[in-house]
Unconditional design. Structure first.
Ligand SMILES: Cc1cc2nc3c(=O)[nH]c(=O)nc-3n(C[C@H](O)[C@H](O)[C@H](O)COP(=O)(O)OP(=O)(O)OC[C@H]3O[C@@H](n4cnc5c(N)ncnc54)[C@H](O)[C@@H]3O)c2cc1C
Ligand SMILES: Cc1cc2nc3c(=O)[nH]c(=O)nc-3n(C[C@H](O)[C@H](O)[C@H](O)COP(=O)(O)O)c2cc1C
Ligand code: FES
Lengths: 299, 296
């Protein structure tokens, strides 16, 4: 999958010769709010060791423009398109989902990491109980498959995953960016205008793999699939997430390195399955072995 | 599907054919990138990987593109880790190049006197523009370049005098001189034959000596540091001229996907955030600096 915030509203990367939306199983569109947002001032991005920080500020034209003007320009035969719903209040999340409900969108991902204006800007996703309320409100608003995107910036991701599943999430995206900050020491100022931003890229991969494995312990009991993400740049990285429990994987930052990475990752996974004589990807999901329980021998 | 931009940016493993060092940590880099070379226009840029261990790309303007030989030329000044690493590349090395990217200059044929104002590493897209205008029809380009480090070429003695410019100011860009495009150089440092002051002040002196009727043929094209672009916009306002400015901003994707590289722009529908990479990097100065033109 191609991850939200990295591929605009689904068509941007088709500028690159050789890139095709068909190479991705799904494309998650940019985070969308009820009203249009201009987003943050610049700088919005900066490179950091093995990754980058971003603070885009949810620049988007608002859900009505997305549904009425952008979705009709997308070719739904090429891949599946997933919306990413954002809000400052629980009501806003639900309303965004309701407006996507009557559209060709294939699924809705709920970005529960947004700041909650009623609680002084603390992220909804920090608290399992609040996360559950957001998902429940969205659940009532749409019959589309719902993906809850979990934040790594919280104490107990397993409790949060449980709350989202109980509230009706059909899948979990693990994980969103890790909050970080970079300082221009010469100017003694933050590099990002927003001061803090989300860290992505290989720097967060070990964190994301751990969170995926932790969430898997909860999700497997409910048969809820995980979309693993955070710093994947090649097939080996993707396999880490799958072995830890992810059914699907997504890339964002890796596209900035190599816009044609998707095809290579898919080919690398197929090569791995062949080499290990594993019939289907599902057999690999959550197949992590430990000393007390070695990996299952594959057929 | 209506996809006018589809497949217009190419990913190439470009071979380094030359790297030439100039004073002030400036480098001219020549690359074999045939698909990019075939499509590049002045103002477009490449997003390139400086070294294998620095995966995020760096945007650099295309200074020249030769479709016949498949080569492109870049000129850069070392700033930080990325361009420092790039300065250590060697002929034969391969660099991942994504380009050409962006909407470049769209010179207005109704205003054949194109005044090019470039500062520092803002010169490359304007040298490219001058090259293309010199070989294409009725254009009468003229360039004013400024630099606070020695110019990344050995200045030539200008062959022809320019009305309104002191004859002792005769240092010019040898490339443009060879193409028959007049140019003059400016610096706050004391360089032989250069105007001592801001490049925008030099351009204003030349514009002031034109007849009002001649100014109807003029449009300004500028690239350089933000302060220079604002000064160029003020010159355009003072002389009632249109101006296009080529902007810089930190970039991640370089292809319009991340909205990391935006600039606030005034539009008929109110303020908007435009992406420097694909909506620009060239913008109308009035849209980018409405406050400079307010009341003009
Ligand atoms: C469209 C465009 C064309 C450009 N053309 C040229 C050119 O022809 N010659 C030239 O020397 N420079 C040019 N620049 C500026 C050049 O991209 C930066 O100087 C370069 O990215 C600095 O990288 P660094 O790693 O050396 O510096 P660092 O300061 O270490 O970079 C850190 C991060 O900030 C980004 N960054 C820092 N300064 C800039 C900047 N001014 N613009 C964009 N990103 C920046 C870097 O890309 C990197 O991600 C251009 C910029 C843009 C946007
Ligand atoms: C520039 C940029 C913008 C992003 N915007 C959003 C967003 O609007 N909503 C969201 O849920 N995640 C956003 N993300 C997070 C990504 O979707 C992804 O979860 C994260 O970057 C980890 O994957 P990666 O390391 O492969 O990039 C953004 C990431 C980047 C790099
Ligand atoms: S750099 Fe990503 S949109 Fe311009």
């Amino acid at each position: 999958m191609l991850l939200t915030g990295c591929v605009g509203f689904g068509e941007e990367y088709t500028r690159v010769a050789g890139f095709s939306n068909r190479d991705a199983g799904a494309i998650v569109l940019k985070g969308t709010t009820l009203a249009p947002r201009l987003g943050n001032p610049v700088h919005r991005v900066c490179e950091t060791p093995a990754g980058m920080l971003n603070a885009i500020g949810l620049q988007n034209p608002g859900v009505d423009v997305v549904v009425k003007q952008i979705l009709p320009t997308l070719d739904f035969t090429e891949t599946r398109f997933i919306a990413n719903a954002c809000g400052s209040t629980i009501e806003e999340y639900a309303e965004v989902c309701r407006r996507f409900d009557d559209s060709p969108i294939d699924a809705i991902e709920i970005n529960i990491s947004c700041p909650n204006v009623k609680e002084g800007g603390v992220s909804f996703g920090n608290y399992p109980e609040v996360s559950g309320r957001v998902v429940a409100a969205c659940r009532r608003a749409t019959a589309k498959p719902l993906i809850a995107k979990l934040s790594p910036n919280q104490t107990d991701i397993q409790a949060n995953a449980s709350a989202c599943i109980e509230a009706g999430a059909n899948a979990l995206a693990v994980v969103n960016t890790v909050m970080g900050m970079a300082i221009d020491v010469e100017a003694r100022r933050p590099v990002l205008a927003n001061v803090q931003g989300g860290l992505s890229g290989p720097a967060i991969r070990p964190i994301a793999v751990l969170k995926t494995w932790q969430v898997w312990q909860v999700a497997k009991r409910h048969g809820v699939p995980i979309i693993g993400q955070g710093g994947i740049v090649d097939a080996r990285d993707a396999l880490e997430f799958i072995i830890a429990g992810a059914t699907a994987v997504g890339i964002g930052t890796a596209l900035f390195y190599d816009p044609l990475a998707c095809r290579k990752i898919n080919a690398g996974i197929v090569e791995y399955l062949d080499r290990h004589r594993i019939g289907q990807l599902a057999d690999l999901v959550g197949s992590l072995g430990t000393d007390s329980s070695p990996p299952q021998a594959c057929a | 599907m209506n996809r006018p931009h589809h497949g217009t940016i190419f990913l190439e493993d470009a071979c380094v054919t030359a790297l030439q060092a100039f004073p002030g940590h400036q480098y001219l880099l020549r690359l074999e990138a045939p698909q990019c070379a075939a499509r590049a226009t002045p103002g477009t840029f490449v997003h390139l990987q400086c070294a294998a261990d620095i995966p995020m790309r760096r945007p650099l303007s295309i200074m020249n593109a030769d479709p016949a030989t498949g080569t492109i030329e870049l000129l850069f000044k070392v700033v930080g880790i990325g361009l420092r690493a790039l300065a250590h590349t060697t002929p034969g090395a391969r660099l991942s190049v994504l380009g050409p990217i962006g909407r470049g200059f769209e010179p207005d044929p109704a205003r054949p006197r194109a005044v090019l104002i470039g500062g520092g590493v803002g010169m490359p897209p304007l040298r490219f523009l001058a090259t293309r205008l010199a070989t294409g029809g009725a254009w009468r380009p003229i360039a004013f370049f400024g630099s606070e480090v020695p110019f990344p070429f050995r200045p030539a003695r200008a062959a022809t005098a320019l009305h309104g410019i002191d004859h002792r100011i005769d240092a010019s860009d040898p490339l443009l001189e060879s193409l028959g495009v007049p140019s003059r150089l400016a610096s706050l440092a004391t360089f032989d034959g250069c105007y001592r002051g801001y490049v925008t002040a030099l351009a204003a002196e030349w514009l002031a000596a034109l007849h009002a009727a001649e100014r109807n043929d003029v449009a300004i094209y500028a690239c350089g540091p933000a302060a220079m672009l604002q000064a160029a916009a003020a010159v355009a306002r003072d002389f009632g001229l249109p101006a296009a400015v080529c902007l810089e901003e930190h970039m991640a994707c370089g292809v319009g996907g991340c909205a990391g590289c935006v600039v606030p722009v005034a539009t008929p529908d109110g303020p908007a955030m435009k992406r420097v990479c694909v909506d620009g990097p060239v913008f109308d100065a009035r849209a980018v600096y409405p406050e400079i033109f307010a009341g003009a």
